[in-house]
Write a protein that binds this ligand. Structure first.
Ligand SMILES: C[S@@+](CC[C@H](N)C(=O)[O-])C[C@H]1O[C@@H](n2cnc3c(N)ncnc32)[C@H](O)[C@@H]1O
Length: 375
């Protein structure tokens, strides 16, 4: 046992992490090390592979053994421990009940592990219930199909939540609602990155039998340059790895793919040419997917420079069917006004073909009453 944390008068008070080998324990260890917090790991296993990861280590009997209490008390006194982290529900629950008597003043730093693990699921269920009980009132001429079940909607919220990305909660809820008022056709997303909104669109397209999802994104660092007003976005984007982003997109979407998701790795204007000329899209990871060639929902979330956003809507807008939706993401964007200018120009130019237009979250939502000209 390394003895640097012993009660030697140094004043250092390590947090005891027990059992030290659980994934949450190792996450917590990293957090402590990062913050310079002294830690000591403990395990009841004779051989615990995680031991090497800890700066200090001790052995404790299993919590069920009669000698556990005495061994813990001794460790607390010897190593000057005042706090304990335990992600094991049984150990946590025992310590939560026994610590006060065993070692007054020593506390658990974490809340109930069961509550911690389930909080994301519980939040997803309450989001789903809220949306089902109080659907957003959309003035669409297309009658809404019945909502997906509470458990399907909760699953959608939960799984979307673990995918990192840029899709705020308001926009998420509106996507759920427009999907209920969508004609059949392809769902096309321009700009997918790690796949958060792509995952949401893919599930909605499947659950409401809209059609298949096609993601168009070059996943290249060169295309991340947006010339935003302050340069802050470009500086942050330059530190991203586009190759890795595509791998993450695939990891996020593949488990849910049943031949209804695919992607074109190219800029949106090239993607539009491909889409107009071919029905099939083939990639090594998703196989071959056959599309309809007509778009029910077009989600524009690519490069936000004015020129790029204008090119996106010009190349793809004409392929959206009557009753179909165009979503211009980041219509409200703190770094520039490209999407807003493009959205406003589109509204002014095509008002006779737009049934519904509103902004929610940061996105502009448009429903077409009739298609634009195809070219
Ligand atoms: C804001 S991110 C997309 C976020 C994503 N929709 C989400 O839910 O997290 C913008 C994406 O646009 C892509 N992009 C940049 N230029 C593009 C272009 N010309 N055509 C299509 N996508 C483009 C970038 O590679 C990046 O993945």
């Amino acid at each position: 046992m390394k003895s640097s944390n012993k009660n030697d008068g140094s004043g250092e008070k390590p947090i005891l992490i027990f059992p030290g080998g659980m994934p949450r324990s190792l996450e917590y260890l990293q957090k402590c090390l990062h913050e310079g917090q002294a830690v000591i790991g403990a395990s009841s296993l004779a051989l615990d592979a995680s031991r090497e990861k800890y700066p200090a280590w001790l052995s404790l009997p299993f919590v069920t053994q009669p000698e556990f209490n005495e061994a813990l008390k001794q460790a607390i006194s010897e190593f000057n421990i005042e706090e304990i982290y335990s992600p094991n529900p049984v150990v946590w629950d025992y310590l939560n009940r026994a610590l006060n008597e065993l070692a007054p003043g020593v506390t658990l730093v974490n809340g109930s592990p069961v509550n911690v693990e389930l909080s994301g699921y519980r939040a997803a269920r309450s989001h789903a219930d809220r949306l089902r009980n109080k659907p957003l009132p959309l003035a669409s001429n297309v009658a809404a199909t019945p909502s997906m079940s509470a458990i399907e909607l909760a699953a959608l919220f939960r799984h979307a939540d673990v995918i990192p990305g840029m899709c705020d909660h308001e926009k998420f809820c509106v996507l759920c609602e427009i999907a209920r008022r969508s004609p059949a056709g392809d769902v096309v997303e321009i700009g997918s990155w790690w796949g958060k909104s792509a995952f949401i669109l893919a599930r909605l397209a499947r659950c409401y039998a809209i059609g298949k999802l096609l993601c168009v994104d070059p996943w290249s660092n060169a295309h991340l340059v947006q010339n935003d007003e302050t340069g802050m976005v470009d500086i942050a984007s330059a530190q991203m790895d586009a190759e890795e982003a595509l791998a993450i997109f695939e990891m996020n979407l593949l488990p849910y793919n049943a031949n209804q998701v695919n992607y074109l790795r190219m800029p949106s204007t090239d993607g539009a040419q491909h889409y107009r000329a071919h029905r099939d899209v083939t990639t090594a990871s998703f196989g071959t997917t056959r599309y309809e060639g007509e778009i029910a929902i077009l989600h524009i979330d690519g490069n936000h420079s004015y020129a790029a956003a204008k090119a996106d809507i010009s190349a793809w807008g004409g392929l959206v069917v009557a009753g179909g939706w165009i979503v211009v993401d980041d219509y409200i964007w703190p770094y520039g006004d490209g999407p807003q200018r493009v959205g406003d120009e589109f509204l002014a130019e095509h008002q006779d073909k737009i049934d519904v237009a509103f902004v929610m979250g940061s996105a502009l939502f448009l429903q077409l009453s009739s298609p634009l000209s195809k070219d």
